[in-house]
Design a protein around this ligand. Structure first.
Ligand SMILES: NC(=O)c1ccc[n+]([C@@H]2O[C@H](COP(=O)([O-])OP(=O)(O)OC[C@H]3O[C@@H](n4cnc5c(N)ncnc54)[C@H](OP(=O)(O)O)[C@@H]3O)[C@@H](O)[C@H]2O)c1
Length: 286
């Protein structure tokens, strides 16, 4: 909560959560925090997707009745009259697009949501959904390690004027420059092969090798990576995973910073697949 308040003081007005984090707990904490902030200056985003069973298990459910019921719960937990941006958290293969569009339009007409978007949808899923309703923002995973969507989703969004709010720009922390590759984790990263052994060590060494470029700009590695990520013309917002006041202070320090074109590609080439390449003779990308 302290980090969120400092974020607002430093000019951050977009806060993202889903009901799935802590089965509503994250929404309640965000709601408690924003009670002390000017509501009309904030953009609050949350997401719907899961049906929660009492035993803790869950399954996808974007049926109209479920969306309508969960929206009411989210409004209550957040303590707001309207959700500024309501995302479908993931793609539900079972609910017809027209049914989802119908309930979202109804919620909008009722004043419960102001706009709606699509998270973790492919470009084809977005294109198809948008034939039924004006989804205006997407939320894909994107980082310089894996600049996914650059050949399809991001160009589509740029040409259709769809807002792009990327999540996990630091690849869950791998790009922050805080690790050397020997760390172990007690959270979800414990089971992630990207945070183990040689693969983890190699990535940490690559990230550390960015330090001379960061020094030239007078920024930290975290700020260098975030600034480079935000230079992409399709990307409007980077949703950073922040837990402490000092983390948000550091993230804010990247805002408005731009690298030279040469340095931008140097950062990309160091940590990710590098510059776009032509297909080889067999037609597959190198
Ligand atoms: N739509 C979706 O399906 C989806 C999926 C994932 C995430 N998201 C959204 O995106 C947000 C961010 O995701 P993420 O947590 O994966 O983001 P991230 O920004 O890629 O990574 C967060 C990690 O960066 C570290 N960190 C943060 N600030 C730092 C700083 N100043 N210096 C060094 N390290 C720093 C944190 O370290 P510590 O752990 O030490 O604090 C944390 O491990 C989520 O909170 C959520 O709102 C959405």
């Amino acid at each position: 909560m302290a980090a969120m308040k400092i974020a607002f003081d430093r000019g951050i007005n977009f806060f993202d959560t889903p009901e799935a984090y802590g089965d509503g707990y994250a929404e309640a904490v965000l709601g408690e925090t924003i009670r002390e902030l000017p509501r009309d200056e904030l953009v609050i985003a949350t997401k719907v997707f899961n049906h929660f069973n009492p035993d803790g298990s869950r399954y996808p459910d974007l049926s109209p009745e479920h969306i309508a019921a969960r929206c009411d719960l989210s409004l209550k937990r957040l303590g707001v009259d309207a959700i500024d941006l309501y995302f479908l958290h993931l793609f539900d293969p079972l609910t017809p697009f027209a049914d989802i569009a119908g309930v979202l339009e109804k919620l909008k007409a009722q004043g419960k949501i102001r706009s709606f978007g699509l998270s973790n949808h492919s470009v084809e899923q977005c294109r198809a959904q948008r034939r039924y309703a004006p989804y205006s923002v997407v939320q894909p995973a994107y980082s310089l390690v894996n600049p996914a969507g650059e050949t399809d989703l991001l160009p589509y969004c740029q040409s259709e004027n769809i807002g792009v709010t990327i999540h996990s720009p630091m690849r869950k922390g791998r790009l922050t420059g805080k690790y050397v590759g020997e760390e172990s984790f007690a959270d979800f990263r414990n089971n992630d092969p990207d945070f183990k052994g040689e693969r983890f060590r190699e990535m940490c060494a690559k990230v550390q090798s960015l330090r001379p470029i960061a020094d030239r700009y007078g920024v930290s590695i975290y700020q260098l990576v975030l600034a480079a990520t935000l230079m992409h013309p399709s990307i409007d917002v980077a949703i950073c995973g922040i837990k402490t006041p000092s983390q948000i202070e550091e993230a804010v320090g990247a805002m408005g910073k731009r690298l030279s074109r040469q340095d931008y590609f140097a950062v990309r080439n160091t940590v990710g697949p590098g510059s776009p390449k032509p297909p080889d003779a067999s037609g597959t990308r190198k």
